[in-house]
Design a protein around this ligand. Structure first.
Ligand SMILES: *Cc1c(COP(=O)(O)O)cnc(C)c1O
Length: 383
């Protein structure tokens, strides 16, 4: 999607963030002069190994874990796969069909993994959500069986920002959208597993971690060398890990201030939209949400059309999630929340970040009502 505007405002931080300058600086030496393989016994290897362990401490500290409970992976998708497949593999017993519980609003990394496992004889229950976007706890409780090995629920939804009642559920959580947006502590949450991705909080892409509580059984899903305790073989992405560690360290320091700043921008945005545009719904507004995310249904317009039109105006937003947009299908998350399928196509997501300013919000509010009016006047799904 192009833009004819000189303006370039980024409102899609749940898809990815830029990498902080300090993080890039910290990574650079590990591409060139400190390029060692952490498995090597010589000083090049030792240097790389030390850098990895420092990063591991910073990531652990951000989520209240011990360093030895952090396993580096290639990102949120791999962590989700490893968590679900690795636990099912480790706990599966001969003659009993394993059972996994997840929800209808999960990221494709979880939903599609569960669907793939169903073809391998794993039974999966997809629990629904209430109107406010939180997982239906009664339904979840009723779904638990003697052969349930894992409950996999996301900490915060990537489309709506709705924070899930993980402390009340607890086995595994994909914290990809929570970590870096709200304070996260694995003990308070009571989870045994938690997926984290660096590029969602100003770290590099292609690097993430799986938190594995001490004592949790887990089989590898790849075969190879003995890296990462033999659970995740493959030469470590040292620059990525170093960047991830630095992003975690900075986030731990800055989070409170950033949450406040971003939260007040979101209020300005949502108040502004409500006062300027009629027939809109803010999804999950009644629930606890991460402070940066606004999911809005604009009745009578397709989200794709609106995303395109706003892109031409110089604003990068998304319809649904980055992972499913482009499909034109209504959002599975909004459908699960009971949004009328006709309106679920009209969902847009505005996800703010630390670079956004009041001027960005006001600029958006200046053009948004006109775009809505224009699109409504020519929309095939308008009332
Ligand atoms: C981004 C995201 C993922 C995938 O993480 P990657 O590091 O991009 O593979 C998984 N789950 C959620 C909720 C996400 O937001």
């Amino acid at each position: 999607m192009g833009s004819t505007s000189a303006r370039r405002v980024y409102f899609d931080h749940n898809a990815t963030t830029y990498t902080r300058r300090e993080v890039v600086e910290k990574m650079l030496p590990f591409f060139a002069e400190r390029f060692g393989n952490a498995s090597s016994v010589h000083f090049f290897g030792e240097e790389a190994q030390e850098a990895i362990e420092e990063a591991r401490e910073n990531v652990a500290s951000l989520i209240g874990a011990e360093p030895e409970e952090i396993l580096f992976t290639s990102g949120g998708t791999e962590s989700d796969n490893l968590a679900i497949r690795g636990v099912v593999k480790a706990l599966r017993t001969e003659g009993v069909a394993p059972h996994v519980i997840t929800s209808k609003i999960e990221h494709p990394a979880v939903i599609r993994t569960c669907q793939a496992l169903e073809k391998e004889g794993v039974e999966v229950t997809y629990v629904g959500v209430l109107k406010d976007g939180t997982v239906d706890l009664e339904e979840l409780e009723g779904a638990i069986r003697p052969n349930t090995l894992l409950v996999s629920i996301m900490l915060a939804n990537n489309e709506t920002g709705v924070i899930q009642p993980i402390e009340k559920i607890s086995r595994m959580a994909a914290g990809v959208q929570g970590v870096g947006k709200i304070p996260v502590n694995v003990d308070d949450l009571g989870v045994d597993l938690l997926s984290v991705s660096a590029h969602k909080f100003y770290g590099p892409k292609g690097i993430g971690a799986l938190y594995i509580r001490r004592g949790t059984r887990m089989d590898p899903i790849y075969t190879g060398g003995g890296h990462e305790r033999g659970i995740r073989p493959g030469t470590e992405n040292v620059p990525g890990i170093v960047g991830f560690g630095e992003a975690a360290r900075i986030t731990a320091r800055e989070l409170d201030g950033e949450m406040e700043q971003i939260g007040s921008l979101r209020n300005r945005l949502e108040q502004g939209i409500k006062s300027r545009v009629d027939a809109i719904v803010i999804n999950g507004e009644e629930a606890k949400r991460v402070p940066n995310t606004s999911s809005v249904v604009v009745k009578g317009i397709e989200g794709e059309a609106m995303t395109l039109a706003m892109s031409l105006e110089g604003f990068a937003i998304s319809s649904g999630s980055a992972c499913s947009s482009g499909s034109g299908d209504p959002s599975h998350v909004l459908l699960a929340m009971g949004v009328d399928p006709k309106y679920a196509q009209g969902g847009i997501r505005i996800s703010l970040g630390i670079i956004n300013t009041e001027a960005d919000i006001d600029g958006f509010l200046d053009v948004f009502p006109g775009v809505v009016e224009r699109l409504r006047s020519m929309s095939p799904i308008a009332e």
